[in-house]
Ligand binder design. Structure first.
Ligand code: NAD
Ligand code: UD1
Length: 349
């Protein structure tokens, strides 16, 4: 049977890439998104890539009746939801410091409302978008899943709290399965250049800043510090191609829906296991795109850590997932998206 997957937040950056992987693997995704950080054109682009019509329900995960009717709609036509993929969240760390209540409301209350609706609909399997940010300052590297959880900002706390809620829920009911995917730094885009990251306003993360500078939307990239204890002094992160991440979601759903997943709760790192510095990423991007990226070193960004990378062994052993794409490919594909869509998605096409 083709399983229906309710993809909350499916119109966003990671969601759209995951829709492509789900469809190509034979799942039937149903998007549930309030478009607070996305739009319908992204879904139309997924349809263009896959040649498959994607059902999209416009709704907020804090709206219980909208969720009830989404589950009911699927059940009524004989395609009940087997699993919820929960990507819906606000995700800007800086903004979470100035608007913590909005973050706890959207990300934590929203998840509670979603979990209650799943209970009413009899859906017991969830795959949740967590983040490496739950680890906070590294006690040691690489990060393994058993590392201390100690986020340093409200956004990170929303992820840690939801993980705890899912852990407690699984302990209360052996029929519930919850898989948390702790993403490291997703970058790049689908190889078609049709879908990619489209931050509204000023980007917060390094890669979209690099590509925007390359198309001239920003004059100069700031490197936040070159005095870290790293080989070239700049910050080191574990960048992972968004298409690899998308495949990780499919593997997680395969696992959660199989008899292999005995244990209710599980968390997995999704990263490559390799670190890349800011200067190395800029260099790779300039080589792959042939476009110079003007940059200057400024002071450290408050709250930043020097280095972070994953031990992805658990996801490899249990889910059979490993990142396959190189940093060079992340740069090529990310640039292909940005140069074809210098202003991001249009409102309509
Ligand atoms: P995104 O903003 O592009 O996608 C999130 C989607 O969720 C958007 O389409 C948005 O409209 C929707 N959404 C937000 N609140 C909603 C609500 N209340 N109801 C319904 N829909 C809602 O972000 P993304 O980069 O694709 O991230 C997806 C998930 O992965 C998020 O949970 C994020 O916290 C997590 N994550 C992202 C990164 C990253 O670097 N992109 C890293 C770690 C974890
Ligand atoms: C940020 C978030 C983290 C989130 C992650 C992935 C913060 C403090 N942390 O982490 O919670 O999980 O994104 O979405 O925001 N850099 C520059 N110039 C820039 C932007 C970044 O030099 O304009 C550097 C940073 O100092 C860092 C590296 O580039 O060394 C990567 O930064 P970024 O993409 O923001 O990711 P994280 O810092 O890992």
């Amino acid at each position: 049977m083709e399983h229906s997957i309710l993809v909350a937040g499916g119109a966003g950056y990671i969601g759209t890439h995951t829709l492509v992987s789900l469809i190509q693997t034979g799942y039937r995704p149903v998007v549930f998104d309030n478009f607070s950080n996305s739009g319908i054109v992204a879904i139309e682009r997924v349809e263009k890539i896959t040649g498959v019509a994607v059902e999209c329900i416009v709704g907020d995960i804090r709206d219980a009746s909208a969720l009830d009717s989404a589950f009911q709609q699927c059940a009524d036509r004989g395609q009940p939801v087997s699993c919820v993929l929960h990507l819906a969240a606000l995700k800007a760390v800086g903004e979470s410091n100035s608007m913590p209540l909005a973050y706890y409301d959207n990300n934590v209350t929203g998840t509670l409302v979603l979990l209650e609706a799943m209970r009413r609909a009899g859906v017991g399997t969830i795959v949740f978008s967590s983040s490496a940010t739950v680890y906070g300052e590294p006690e040691f590297l690489p990060f393994v899943e058993t590392h201390r959880i100690a986020p340093t900002n409200p956004y990170g706390w929303t992820k840690a709290m939801v993980e705890q809620i899912l852990r407690d829920l699984c302990a209360s009911d052996p029929a519930i399965k919850a898989i948390c995917l702790r993403y490291f730094n997703p970058i790049g885009a689908h190889e078609s250049g049709l879908i990619g990251e489209d931050p509204r306003g000023e980007p917060n993360n390094l890669f979209p800043y690099i590509t925007r500078t390359a198309v001239g939307r920003s004059a100069c990239l700031r490197i936040f510090g070159d005095d870290y204890d790293t080989p070239d002094g700049t910050g080191v992160r574990d960048y992972v191609h968004v298409a690899d991440l998308a495949d990780g979601h499919v593997k997680a759903i395969d696992y959660a829906l199989s008899s292999r997943s005995g244990q209710g709760f599980a968390a997995f790192n999704l990263g490559t296991g390799r670190g890349t510095s800011v200067k190395e990423l800029i260099g790779a991007f300039e080589r792959e795109s042939g476009v110079p990226v003007p940059h200057q070193v400024t002071s450290r960004r408050a709250g930043d850590i020097g280095e972070a990378w994953a031990d992805p062994a658990l996801a490899n052993q249990v889910l059979g997932w490993a990142a396959r794409r190189s940093v060079d490919q992340m740069c090529r594909d990310g640039w292909n998206w940005q140069k074809n869509n210098p202003d991001g998605y249009p409102e309509k096409e």
